[in-house]
Design a protein around this ligand. Sequence first.
Ligand code: ZN
Length: 456
Amino acid sequence: MVPAHAPCLTLPLARDSLSSIMRDITHPAERLVQAMARIYQYRMTTTSGGNLSILDDDGSIWITPARVDKGALRVEDIVRVLPDGRSEGRHKPSSEFPFHQRIYQQRPDLKAIVHAHPVALVAFSICGQTPDTRLFTKARAVCGEVGFAPYALPGSDLLGNRIAEVFATGPDCVMLENHGVVVAGVDFPAAFRRFETLEFVAKTVVKARALGDVRYLTDEQLAIGGQCGAELEEFDPGPASSRERALRRELCDFIRRGYHQRLLTANAGSFSVRVEADSFLISTQLVDRATIAPDQLALIRDGRRERRRHPSRAWRLHQLIYQKHPEIRAIVNATPVNATAFSASASRLDTRTIPESYIFLRDVAVLPFSWVYDAPEKIAESMTPEFPIALIENDCALVLGTTILDAFDRLEVLESTAEAVILSRSLGEVRPMDDGVIKELVTAFLSPENLNSPEL
Ligand SMILES: [Zn+2]
């Protein structure tokens, strides 16, 4: 019998879970260069701002250099500061080295630090506020309570002491007054995950505030969301068919594309594709969506998981939907920021904005948060091929498709529609298409003989 909370994780999602069981073979300098490239690419820092470090086992600190273009950082630019204070490398260490060092001294459990000035977190910083991570179960689990350090001169010992004092009281994320954010972790992937998640929370709150009051999760809801289902039984799938291999490649292509289009974050969002009537492939827990490879997906067959793969927590919900709707062949749970803002607001997303939006999205249902945990079958029942999109309160967007491309396309239309509606808030009242226009669209594009997706 499946416990009531089965759709939750199959492994406990402690703040740094799984990091320790994935053996890290990337050199610290390489890791810092890759991370800075990503942070810069997605405009979470500028050429001049931000610095990253890793504490090595021998006590050395690898850190990004001072005054080097963040958009063109190379492995040889990274500086190593030895425990005796000498540094190795062609540049000086970041001018913010003092606070990195003080944090490592105060919190021996932390081995990696990300500091940057991403715009949504800076918006909180300059208003003297901290983002509330109770917006989503996962954000609360990943980021915890966020600290706040008073302003001090960049690069000063005073700033280092003020930040380290806040870290010493427990938080792993600390906002800096009129500056930015510092986030740390037991290793670099954990710190980066936390950093990206916190910026996502900040952006979502800002967007949701544009729609009205923001809804946060209660202690009780967080407790329900933090529960974990029973460990899934493993099976050995044997050799993969050509069809399965092709689907693995296609699904990974779309997951990476979803990350690059900012529809998924590095470790959140689940994407699956049906392989056979009783089996499907799904993304796995804590695997980086930006780089996911075909062998990192999990095959689920008859409620069992492929050996040594830990499927996304949504596997149970996806299985119920595949069982209920044989024509559905792909499902995605994602957190594009604009659509997700609607999930944390009482404001309904009206899709009668432009023909493309209504035709691809129809009416978007909003489903209760608790259903993910205590009634996933109700989610499966309330979604149909005719109404393939729902928002789950304080969680995500859920999109069904007849192919991976179909689901992805709808997800993109959903996000664009939500963004347009949020942008329109500063312009005036939206004038939705009237019933006559909707009827005409339904006849032209959504009648049974015209159901293939039109180009608009
Ligand atoms: Zn800074």
